[in-house]
Design a protein around this ligand. Structure first.
Ligand SMILES: Cc1cc2nc3c(=O)[nH]c(=O)nc-3n(C[C@H](O)[C@H](O)[C@H](O)COP(=O)(O)O)c2cc1C
Length: 342
């Protein structure tokens, strides 16, 4: 069977991860795809109009293939008054410190998936990728018909199996080392915490589809190791966060510069597990006071925004993986060239 990823005609077996919420700027997507990797648009938090505008910018900069990435939606959580009250009380001192008014907070908590999906179909990128579950069958059929390559994300061998059954073309295996949201299907489930090595060795023997390795991959040696194990490609996020083209804010960039970044997973910012650099909000907020995803994500948006505007990293979600070392501050193209020099 020909590797479906070969259809993309990439120069390098690298997907530069979609990093929704800022870092995945049009410039980063353009630079990544133009340099022979697959750039990814992180559209999870974007309105349909914003998706279209983003795609237009990317297409004006490159004719190379790119991906659009979405979050699979689950039924919106029902949140009782006591839970809201606890969340408001737990964050009141931060809102006071940041001069923010009492939060306005109501459903819906996220963009409408159907409308986002429509915008993706219209944009017709080479690749549709997603996290947080499998694409329901009727969406899968429509996506297939449009000719997009479809990539799902698994954090366990069982999730990989479910994706395979759903009919995806390739699977990103996201190890516990990965920066950003854990792709766990069930928003309420405990985290299996399976590292990339373990995930690869447990998934590869039975896998019928190409596997893309993600989590803690930072160097040419890391790339060679997982490709030698049998991965078809790698997906890297953190390594690109400080590149010239990334839309990473100044306070976030400063926090990334410590070569011994301490990261862990938390539900404090969005209600779903995600890995980021430890900071005040992560360390102080009582995890029990976080609402379920995506309600908590909407609820903390004003706090994160005010923190960024002040140039403070105290209340930002500083998503980053376990990979250590100084982050590349030059162009994404130079980083890609360095990673695949031989
Ligand atoms: C800042 C940031 C934002 C992310 N946002 C997304 C996203 O919107 N969609 C997604 O599928 N993965 C997202 N991820 C996870 C990446 O797809 C990938 O799994 C991860 O970056 C790989 O681990 P690494 O960061 O150690 O390279 C994000 C990662 C980071 C660091």
């Amino acid at each position: 069977m020909q590797d479906p990823l070969a259809r993309l005609g990439l120069k390098h077996p690298l997907i530069v991860a979609s990093m929704a919420g800022g870092p995945s700027s049009p410039e980063l997507v353009i630079a990544s795809s133009a340099a022979g990797a697959l750039g990814s648009i992180g559209a999870a938090y974007s309105s349909p109009a914003a998706i279209t505008e983003f795609v237009d910018k990317v297409r004006a900069g490159t004719d190379r293939p790119f991906a659009i990435n979405l979050f699979i939606q689950h039924p919106q959580p029902q949140i009782d008054a006591a839970t809201v009250e606890r969340a408001v009380a737990a964050t009141a001192k931060y809102r006071a410190e940041l001069d923010l008014p009492a939060p306005q907070f109501a459903a819906p908590y996220e963009e409408d998936f159907d409308q986002q999906f429509e915008a993706v179909l219209k944009a017709k990128p080479a690749v549709l990728s997603f996290v947080f579950g499998a694409l329901p069958a009727e969406y899968m059929r429509t996506a297939r018909k449009s000719g997009m390559l479809i990539i799902g994300t698994a954090t366990t061998p069982e999730e990989a199996e479910a994706l395979e059954e759903s009919g995806v073309d390739a699977i990103t295996l996201q190890g516990f080392e990965a920066g950003g949201h854990r792709g766990i299907f069930d928003p309420e489930a405990a985290d299996s915490e399976i590292g990339l090595w373990d995930l690869l060795t447990r998934t590869l023997p039975k896998a019928k589809l190409p596997l893309i390795a993600a989590g803690g991959i930072m160097t040419a040696v890391d790339i060679r190791s997982v490709l030698a194990m049998g991965a078809s490609a790698v997906q890297m996020g953190t390594a690109f966060l400080a590149t010239a083209e990334a839309g990473t804010s100044a306070a976030y960039r400063a926090a990334l510069q410590g070569t011994e970044r301490a990261t862990r997973t938390t539900r404090a910012f969005s209600g779903r597990f995600a890995r980021g650099i430890e900071n005040r909000f992560m360390n102080e907020l009582d995890a029990a006071a976080a609402m379920p995803f995506p309600a908590q994500n909407k609820f903390t948006r004003d706090i994160r925004g005010a923190s960024a505007a002040k140039g403070s990293a105290d209340f930002l979600s500083l998503w980053a993986g376990t990979g250590k070392g100084e982050l590349w501050q030059g162009s994404a193209a130079d980083l890609i060239e360095k990673l695949f020099a031989d």
